[in-house]
Every structure is written in C-alpha cells, then in structure tokens.
Design a protein around this ligand. Structure first.
Ligand code: GLA
Length: 718
C-alpha cells in the first residue's frame, strides 16, 4: 500500500504549489448517479460479525429513525457477510439463510424503505465470501438482478477466494479490476441506482488507481480494529490518496468503530473527524441500541457531518505532518476550508498553521468556528490549538474581509510544555504555560495558573498575570515542578493549566492538560531490552513492573508475514536455568494488532531480538487468549504457536513457565494463583535452548503505530 515514489513527488509538488484542490479524478468517476457525497449509514459487521439477522436489521433501522441518525443523514442500513444460505437454489439464485432471514431479503428491504432508509447487502467477487458463503463469480448478472429485484440500494463487494489461477497471464489486480467491472456493469444494467462499494484492501491491492470509473468507494486499508493504533494505521494508509477521490468515488478507510468499547471518547472523536476530513464514508458499525449519549453525539455532530458531506466532495489534503503533528485542509463549497489539527502522538502538543497555508486569500481577517466546541473566534491568520495526544482540533475557517468582527472574541491558545517529558520520583523539571492572542483585538486581565495531582510541588518562577495582551502577543509563565518522591512503576501525572481573561464579550476561561511521565527505575537485578523501532519505557516499584512499548510482538504472525520479534522486556539475565520456573501476574494488557500481548519470555539473548535464538513466550494476547509460542525449528524466530481454545481471560492473569532442558510447560491462573491450568508442553529446538537463558516479562502493543502500557506483578524465577 506504499505510494510509489513518483506519486509522492507529485503529491508533494501539488501541495508546494498550493494546489489544494484534489485531482482530476472526477471526470472519470463512476456515473451511476449515487454517492455524490460519501455514503452514510450503518453496517452490522463489527458489532455482531456473522450474527446478522432480519430482526437486527429492522430494529437498527427503527433506532436510526428514533435516535436522530436518520435526520443527521445516515440512510444506508447495510448487511455484511453471513446473510446467505450455504448454497444457491436449483436455478442458481442466491438464497437468504432461512433462519436469519425467514422471509428473505425483500421484505426487510421493503420495511427499511418504509422508514425512508435504504438497504445494503454484501457479496464477493470470488467463488465464496470471506465467511465461505456462495460468491458471485460467474453469477454477476444474475446476482445483480436478484439484488435489484429485492430492492437493494448498496452492494459491498469483497475479494476473498478469487481463483487467480484460473486467469493465467493476469496479475491479481488485473483480475480484480475485471471481476469488479463485471459486477459494476451488472449493477448498472439493472437500471436501479445502487452504490457499489469495493472491498479489496489487501497489501498490494491499489484499488484507488482504477476504482473511480467503476465504483463509488474502495477500501484503502485492512480491516479496522477498535483501537487507536489500528485507526491511525488506516488514516495513514488513506490520507495521501486525496487526489484519487472525488464526487461519486471515495476512499474508504473502513467502517466506524465508535461505540464498540475499545477506545475512549477522545479517540472516537478523532476517528470521526479524520474520516470526515478525508471525505470517507461514515458508516457506523456498532450496536446502536447501546450507544452512550456522548457516542451518539459524535455520530450526530452536524458541523463535522457537513464537512464530510460538503458538495464539492473533496478529501482533505495534508499540508504538514512533522513529528506526528498533522495539519489537514479540506476545500468547502462555501469557499472556506475545514482544518484538522491532529496530534497523532501520545503527548499533548501545540499545532499551528495559517489561513494562507490552508488555502485562503492573504491579507484578511478570518472567522474560525470550532466544530466540536462550537466556539467562534477571529484571527489575523494564525490557526492553532493545544491538542491532546490522539486528539484533534477541527475548525472551519472563512475569510471575512479586512475589518474585525467586534463581537467575536480573539482566537487564543493556552498551551503547556515540559522541558523534560519524563522524570524519576522526586526529580524536577521546568514547565511553561503560554497564552497566545492570535486575534485582532486585545485580551485584558489575563491570569494563568497551574495545578497537578497530589504530591507534586509547583513553584511559579515569575508573575502569573498581565493587564493587557495585544494582538499577536504571547504571555508565558515558567514553573518549577517536582514529582512525588515515590509512586507506581510508571505513571502519567496530569497537569492542568488555566487561563482567565476578558475579551470584548465578557470573562473567558480556558484550560489545557499535559501528562508528565514518572518512571520508577528498574532495579539493578533486572535488565531492560527494547527491540522495537520506537523507544520503549520501563518502570519498577516494589513487586510491580510496567512496560510501555510499540512493537508487533514475538509470535509468528499469520498470512505468511515474516516473524517480527519486536517487543520490549524487563528480564533477569541468564535467570532461567535448565530446570527452572518463571512466574508472573499480568495486571493489564491493552495490546491490539494480531500478535501484541504481555507475558513471559525466555530466549538466549533478550537484547538481541531476532539475532538471538528465540525459545518460548507464554502470554495474554491482544484478543484475550492465552498463547504459547516457541522456536521449534532451530532458527532464531518463534515459529510455532498454540492458543488455548475457547478461553478468553481478563487481567489479572497468572502465567507460569516450567523449563526442563528444551521442554517448557506453560500454565495460567485466573483465580490469583489458587489453581493453575495447563496451556501446553512444548519442545524447543535443542540449539535454541542449550544452557541458561534470559527470562523476563515482555510487552508489545501489536501495532507499529501505537504505544500501550502493560503492567505486571510478582515476577519471580526459581
Ligand atoms: C472481510 C472484509 C470485512 C468484512 C468481512 C466479512 O474481512 O474486509 O469488511 O466484510 O470480510 O467476512
């Protein structure tokens, strides 16, 4: 999914030249007359997977009416995989599963239509769908006619089980293009306007290069998970493709996970904002009946929806991304721009741009509307915000002329920055709090303050108030801050800065929060190892250990991808004798991906990662199963694994690894060590476990985009 070098250069050139209008794609866009703006709706997949049925679809349609989503613009109710019977009927027609859809699809479509909504369905270009129900290969016209007959308004078309060998001399992409064109034409031939959504997101598929003339949307990235790292990965895989999309044909970074419980409101707000800025489809894939008030508020934010649905249909363009701090600008039909300042890092930071940089004319005053807070302000050009890690600030910006708007307060920013983002217990750093007036009028009676969690000492190093701060001016206060003398293994302490001031329309208050990491040092009896590509953090306090790390993990990933060995560990050098037992309790494991996790690891040289013989890992995986993975072949990678079937666990989980030479028996406990259940006894290749080994605890977030913190207690080896 990498952009070619030429493409990168072209994109860079377009941005440098200030050409912020996305490409020339629209001339060749799908002309089926639907999806002039990105589709909005619901899809069952990430809430029930193969659990779809008529009742769920109809109840969801009712909820969309009752909860305001229909009024907010969500109109497609989409059925994903698993709706079919396992074979076609005698005439080769698709049949709905008689248990899930006892009366077939048509009455469900009729019901959905009666509520003023539309119905979507799922099929596959191969012999079977991803869940192994009949695919459309060789039945394209027949299936398209069936869908039209049922009253289907949207078809998601997958790419599993395409028999590429039957198309000699053609690349996989050529075959896909041919098969997807077949279905596209078949749908058009029915005469019913049907949104055609291509789902071919595998590595090496570049559907954005050929999708526009035949489809309304195409997946850009792999299946999204409900965690920040996966959301970020899909954003990164989509954001550079802005020139390929436009009205009738959009990039699809996958369904929205908002409400599925794996992320917090901040992350969900970011997902929604980024999707809207990229002109992505807004399709909620969650149980609507269980949405909280705040989650529904994200789905129904009219300002952000208006950006996504802007009639120009232009995706936002990234104009800067240094250090993970992104600025995106999207051209709007009003002549204004929607601007997203996205902090993809873990630490709050100020992000700034200007009205001219986002594509507005020079020499004006600009009106800034914050799309999440609804605050309106005016600026002489600077657009900036102090954005929490993982967070966004999202504005629409319009040029209003040369005279300022007397009733509109100035655009101001309160920000915090620490000289050192990490401290040991009892140590000090300088923290500065700055307030900037980007507006065109004065700020009066400005007063700043700073507070922290109990145990911190805070001393201002100068005055904290000024009577007047003119346009373009900044006021900064430095503080000496000292961490509590003891604390947990790793902790993020939150500082809150506050500003109060008088703009023309009365007293205002702002606040800003910054996390400061305090790590208690790992005791000398233990060592640390980091074989990830991003610095990991370690902490130890009493019986507790903590590791913050990215990394894909230690176990061999699926799909034939090479093992990665990317993790961070706290370990006892040469601590595992040939007859020894290691034990730990995993107290938190927030990993994601396919091979992230937290647990025990024994290998010849912990700090050498891939260069060292890998022996064995026993861990709680990203999907809450217990996995043992080991080196069975004698190479340097873990190359076999076993997960305890039908067992999912919640921290705290005890893990125990008993070594006898090259044989390792794994156990787990979910009752605080009262009972130990066997996982498996595995034999590691002799060459991979000759003598003493390093033994310890490891953590990998499971994604290269995401840092998570796992905690452990009572690690011991005997
Ligand atoms: C693939 C797709 C998903 C979903 C499933 C259904 O994984 O990428 O979006 O449709 O198939 O089996």
């Amino acid at each position: 999914m990498q952009m070619s070098r030429l493409r990168v250069l072209l994109v860079a050139a377009a941005v440098c030249a200030g050409i912020l209008v996305a490409g020339a794609q629209s001339a060749s866009a799908e002309d089926n007359g639907v999806a002039a703006t990105p589709p909005m709706g619901w899809n069952d997949w990430y809430s029930v997977y193969c659990g779809v049925n008529a009742q769920l679809v109809e109840q969801t349609a009712q909820q969309m009416v009752a909860n305001g989503m229909k009024a907010a613009g969500y109109d497609y109710v989409n059925i994903d995989d698993c709706w079919m019977a396992s074979s076609r009927d005698a005439s080769g027609n698709l049949v709905a599963d008689p248990t899930r859809f006892p009366d077939g699809i048509k009455p469900v479509a009729d019901y959905v239509h009666s509520l003023g909504l539309k119905l979507g369905i799922y099929e596959d270009a191969g012999t079977t769908t991803c869940a192994h129900f009949p695919g459309s290969l060789g039945h394209e016209a027949q299936d398209a006619a069936t869908f039209a007959d049922w009253g289907v308004d949207y078809v998601k078309y997958d790419r599993c089980n395409i028999p590429y060998a039957e198309f000699p001399g053609q690349s996989e992409e050529q075959v896909q293009e041919m098969l997807y064109s077949r279905m596209s034409n078949a749908l058009k031939a029915t005469g019913r306007p049907i949104v055609f959504s291509m789902c071919n997101p595998d590595l090496g598929d570049d559907p954005w290069q050929w999708g526009a003339p035949i489809s309304n949307l195409w997946r850009t990235t792999e299946d999204i998970q409900d965690n920040y790292g996966s959301m970020l990965g899909n954003f990164l895989g989509t954001v550079n493709l802005f020139a390929d999309a436009g009205p009738g044909a959009f990039n699809d970074p996958d369904l929205l996970q908002i409400g599925n419980g794996g992320s917090n409101l901040l992350d969900y707000t970011t997902e929604f904002s980024l999707w809207a800025e990229m002109a992505a489809p807004l399709i909620a894939s969650t149980n609507l009946a269980r949405l909280t008030h705040d989650e529904l508020g994200i789905y129904e934010n009219p300002n952000v929806i208006a950006v996504d649905q802007d009639p120009l249909g232009r995706p936002g363009v990234p104009i800067s991304r240094a250090n993970g701090l992104w600025v995106l600008t999207k051209q709007l039909s009003s002549g204004g721009r929607s601007v997203v300042l996205f902090n993809s890092t873990n630490t709050a930071a100020a992000i700034s741009t200007t009205a001219t940089a986002v594509g507005l004319p020079n020499g004006r005053i600009y009106r800034l509307a914050n799309l999440w807070t609804n605050a309106v302000s005016q600026t002489s050009g600077a657009i900036s915000a102090f954005v929490p890690g993982h967070g966004v600030a999202m504005f629409t910006v319009t040029a209003v002329g040369k005279r300022h708007l007397p009733d509109v307060p100035p655009h101001t920013v309160l920000s915090l920055a620490a000289a050192s983002p990490r401290l040991g217990p009892g140590s000090s750093t300088t923290l500065s709090e700055s307030f900037t007036n980007n507006g065109v009028s004065n700020v009066k009676r400005l007063r700043l303050s700073l507070s922290a969690w109990p145990g911190w000492l805070i001393k201002p190093l100068g005055r904290v108030n000024v009577p007047l701060l003119g346009p373009g001016k900044r006021f900064t206060v430095a503080y000496r801050v000292t961490a509590p003398s003891s604390g947990p293994a790793l902790r993020i302490s939150i500082f809150t800065g506050r500003a109060s001031y008088d703009p023309p329309d009365g007293r205002h208050r702002d606040s800003a929060r910054l996390g400061e990491l305090v790590a208690s040092p790992v005791t000398p009896a233990l060592s640390t190892a980091d074989v990830t590509t991003h610095p990991a953090l370690f902490g130890a306090s009493g019986p507790n250990l903590a590791i913050s790390a990215r990394g894909l993990g230690v176990f061999n990933p699926p799909y034939g991808v090479a093992p990665t060995d990317s993790y961070a560990a706290i370990y006892k050098p040469a601590g595992a004798r040939r007859a020894s037992t290691a034990q730990v309790t995993v107290t938190a494991d927030p990993a994601g991906g396919v091979s992230g996790g937290a647990g025990l690891i024994e290998r010849d040289d912990m700090s050498k990662g891939k260069q060292s013989h890998a022996a064995v890992v026993l861990y709680v995986s990203s999907n809450a199963t217990i996995v043992i993975a080991w080196n069975g072949s004698g190479g340097t990678d873990v190359d076999q694994h076993y997960g305890v079937p039908s067992v999912t666990v919640r921290a705290p989980v005890g893990l125990r690894l008993v070594r006898r030479g090259s044989s390792y028996a794994g156990y787990y406990s979910i009752d605080r060590g009262k009972t130990w259940n066997p996982v498996a006894t595995v034999t590691v290749a002799g060459s991979a476990s000759l003598g003493r080994q390093d033994v310890g605890v490891f953590h990998a977030s499971g994604l290269s985009t995401w840092m998570t913190t796992a905690t452990f207690s009572d690690f011991r080896v005997r």
